[in-house]
Design a binder for this molecule. Structure first.
Ligand SMILES: Nc1nc2c(ncn2[C@@H]2O[C@H](COP(=O)(O)OP(=O)(O)OP(=O)(O)O)[C@@H](O)[C@H]2O)c(=O)[nH]1
Ligand SMILES: [Mg+2]
Length: 434
């Protein structure tokens, strides 16, 4: 009896549903896509009891899948108490309502977006992360509010033993729904304002960083590729790294010294996933803007993953959408310790390609040399005349730039140097050759 209770109430159970649209999953088979959905479900603490898919030319506007398929799902889960059905795409509010009607009262219907938002909510530790997730959740929920309220009515009706949404319930229900909507709308306005403040703060921070002239390397990649593990390996950052999707939501920046002595900043941030919900992208704008402003993109990919090529493609698409498509980048195949043949993946887009293991440290020295080379390639050749009063700047130039010639004159020190783009603002006023 006790076991039965645990089985049916404590562990949430779910059944996964996807559609196979010809042409859409060019890189992902429907099975691989549902594998990823299963991993998302597991990360959210949900046990998957089964899955199904349907081949359709396009999703059905009213029910996403065909009605026959809905009946098939209903039968498949009839023995699982309180089962949740998770769809591998964002459902429209109408589709969700119709599916719930067809599947019946006990069945909760959620979609990939709700699942991702749920994971984000669990993993948001900072104030900023929490504001971003809360905003994304409210934006997603507002058009779906009817459903939430009908659920409450059902519970009330159930306890009273009466019918669903009866005459006595309709009035207060509508009022409640309206006031819930008003509350959410107000909350959205407040959260957006708070996020504006966060963005401003981040912008100031980046401006200060720009003024400091230190180059920034952004670690980006598909979720679970090993970005945080790499930052930890490079800098003892102490960032949480777990075999979970979206373990990191909040950006972390650490200083790393390159082999030639130059100090650069490495930033670890939120991972990407295919069909990244647009509410998440919009809410995480403050975080994503940091990627677009980096000097170098270090794209981390998991070489041991069966969908590694597709994950790289997805990440590049998101980078492009975020305005970071033209930033110099290096593609780093991580987890080399897990594969025997390191050259099985022929996917490089003609870019810098490296194989590393954040776990064993293999390839890390080569990676640092590669980053240094990339920064050196961006250096600009300038002639500077630094007055003697600017001795602090002179010291910074010796540290941050490659100084090739020094001549002391009556007016100051004339220097021929190669300057990184991030340092140009600092010395522009003293340039004599442009
Ligand atoms: N075998 C092996 N495992 C690794 C390596 N790098 C990372 N991992 C493991 O991969 C999992 C994910 O690593 P994370 O560093 O959290 O990945 P992430 O890219 O930061 O992931 P999110 O923050 O969730 O987007 C963890 O279980 C790590 O221990 C590696 O080089 N080899
Ligand atoms: Mg991480």
């Amino acid at each position: 009896m006790k076991e039965d209770f645990i089985d049916n109430h404590i562990t949430e159970k779910a059944y996964l549903v996807g559609i196979d649209v010809p042409g859409e999953h060019s890189l992902w088979t429907i099975d691989e896509s549902l594998n990823e959905l299963e991993l998302l479900a597991k990360t959210a603490g949900i046990e998957v009891v089964g899955r199904t898919s349907q081949r359709l030319a396009q999703p059905r506007p009213a029910t996403y899948i065909g009605e026959g398929k809905v009946t098939e799902i209903k039968n498949a889960i009839s023995h699982v108490k309180g089962c949740t059905v998770i769809f591998d795409d964002e459902l429209s509010p109408g589709q969700q309502r119709n599916l719930e009607k067809l599947l019946g009262d006990d069945i909760r219907v959620i979609d990939r977006t709700a699942l991702i938002l749920d994971i984000f909510a669990r993993h948001a530790y900072s104030k900023e992360g929490q504001i971003q997730v809360e905003l994304a959740q409210y934006e997603y929920r507002l058009p779906r509010l009817t459903r939430m309220w009908t659920h409450l009515i059902r519970q009330a009706g159930g306890r009273a033993g009466g019918s669903i949404g009866g005459v006595g319930l309709r009035g207060p229900g509508e009022t409640q729904l309206e006031s819930d909507r008003r509350f959410i709308k107000k909350r959205i306005i407040l959260l957006k304002k708070q996020l504006d403040d966060v963005r401003l703060h981040r912008q100031h921070h980046r401006m200060r960083r720009k003024k400091s002239g230190i180059s920034v390397v952004a670690l980006v990649g598909y979720t679970n590729a090993g970005k945080s593990s790499l930052l930890n390996r490079l800098s003892n950052a102490g960032v949480i790294s777990e075999d979970k999707l979206f373990a990191t939501l909040d950006p972390t920046t650490r200083r790393v010294t390159l082999p030639g002595g130059r100090v650069v900043l490495f930033t670890d941030t939120v991972g990407f996933i295919k069909k990244l919900p647009h509410h998440v992208v919009a809410a995480f704008r403050a975080t994503l803007e940091g990627i677009a402003e980096a000097d170098i993109i270090l794209h981390v990919a998991d070489i041991s993953h069966p969908m590694a090529g597709a994950q790289v493609e997805t990440t590049e698409k998101v980078l492009f959408e975020q305005g970071a498509g033209n930033t110099p980048s290096v593609l780093v195949w991580n987890k080399s310790d897990l594969v025997k043949n390191k050259f099985t993946i022929d996917y490089n887009h003609g870019k810098n390609n490296l194989t590393i293991s954040a776990l064993t440290g293999e390839g890390i020295p080569e990676l640092l040399v590669c980053i240094e080379d990339m920064i050196n390639k961006q250096l600009r050749s300038v002639t500077l005349e630094i007055p003697y009063a600017e001795s602090a700047l002179l010291n910074r130039i010796y540290k941050e730039c490659q100084v090739n010639e020094i001549v002391h004159t009556d007016n100051g020190t004339i220097i021929k140097a190669l300057v990184p783009p991030s340092f140009m603002d600092k010395v522009k006023a003293f340039c004599t050759n442009f």
